[in-house]
Design a protein around this ligand. Structure first.
Ligand code: C5P
Length: 222
C-alpha cells in the first residue's frame, strides 16, 4: 500500500477536526491540527505584542513544535511551554484570523507543516492545506456545513469545555471569521480544484468518516 497524506479544509466549525482525528485513528495515521498552530501564535502575540516591532520581528523569536501525547493527542509547544490548554479561549478565537493573515506567520507555519508531512502518513486539517501546504496530497476534502449547524456544534463543544457562549454570538463569530479567512490576500480559504466537496449538514460523524476512509483506501491502492 502507498503511504498517503490527507488534506481536509473548510470553514470554521465544519467538523474537520472531529472527522480528521477519527480518520487518522482508523488508518493509523497522525492527525495535525493546523488551526491550533495559528492559535498558539495568536496566544503568543496577545501576550507579547508590545515587545516586538512587527510580525516579522516576532516570528524570529518563535519556536513552535508539536508533540503527541498518548492520552491527550496533539500538544503545541511554544518556546518550550505547552500552550495547548489556552488555545480555545474567546480572546484567541477573536484574534486568530487577523494574526493568520500575516505573511511572516504563514511562512513560518506552512514550512513547519510541510516538514511534518514530508514522510506521508498525515491527516492535516486547516484552511489552505489542499491549496498551499500539501498541494500534492493524495486525498483532498473540502468540508462545509450550514452556519446554523456549525454554530450548534460549536455551542456543544464550548459547553463541554466550560467556555461561555450563545448560539447567536457563535453564528456571528463563525460568519465573520469565514469572511475574513476567505478574503485575506495570502492563501485565502478556497476549495482546491481537485478537492472533493462534502456538505456535512445533517450527516453523522460516522458517515463522513467512512466516506473519507473509502477515498483514502482507494488512494492507498493506487
Ligand atoms: O481550525 P481553527 O478554527 O482552529 O482555526 C483558527 C483560525 O486559524 C482560522 O479561522 C484561520 O484564520 C486560521 N487558519 C489558517 N490556516 C490554517 C488553519 C487555520 O489561516 N491552515
Amino acid at each position: 500500500m502507498t503511504a498517503i497524506n490527507i488534506a481536509i479544509d473548510g470553514p470554521a466549525a465544519a467538523g474537520k477536526s472531529t472527522i480528521a482525528k477519527r480518520v487518522a485513528t482508523t488508518l493509523n495515521m497522525i492527525y495535525v491540527d493546523t488551526g491550533a498552530m495559528y492559535r498558539a501564535i495568536t496566544y503568543y502575540y496577545l501576550n507579547n505584542q508590545a515587545t516586538f516591532k512587527d510580525f516579522d520581528d516576532m516570528m524570529t523569536h518563535v519556536d513552535l513544535k508539536l508533540i503527541y501525547d498518548e492520552e491527550k493527542g496533539q500538544r503545541v509547544i511554544l518556546n518550550d511551554e505547552d500552550v495547548t490548554d489556552y488555545l480555545r479561549s474567546n480572546e484567541v478565537t477573536d484574534n486568530v484570523s487577523f494574526v493568520a493573515s500575516k505573511d511572516a506567520v504563514r511562512k513560518y507555519l506552512v514550512q513547519a507543516q510541510q516538514q511534518l508531512a514530508e514522510n506521508k502518513g498525515i491527516v492535516m486539517d486547516g484552511r489552505d492545506i489542499g491549496t498551499t501546504v500539501l498541494p500534492d496530497a493524495e486525498v483532498k476534502v473540502y468540508m462545509i456545513a450550514s452556519v446554523e449547524e456549525r454554530a450548534q456544534r460549536r455551542l456543544k463543544d464550548n459547553t463541554d469545555r466550560g467556555i461561555p457562549s450563545t448560539l447567536e454570538q457563535l453564528k456571528q463569530d463563525i460568519a465573520e471569521r469565514d469572511a475574513y479567512d476567505m478574503n485575506r490576500e495570502i492563501s485565502p480559504l478556497v476549495k482546491a480544484d481537485d478537492a472533493i466537496e462534502m456538505d456535512t449538514t445533517g450527516m453523522t460523524i460516522e458517515a463522513v468518516t467512512e466516506r473519507i476512509i473509502q477515498l483514502a483506501e482507494a488512494a492507498q491502492l493506487n
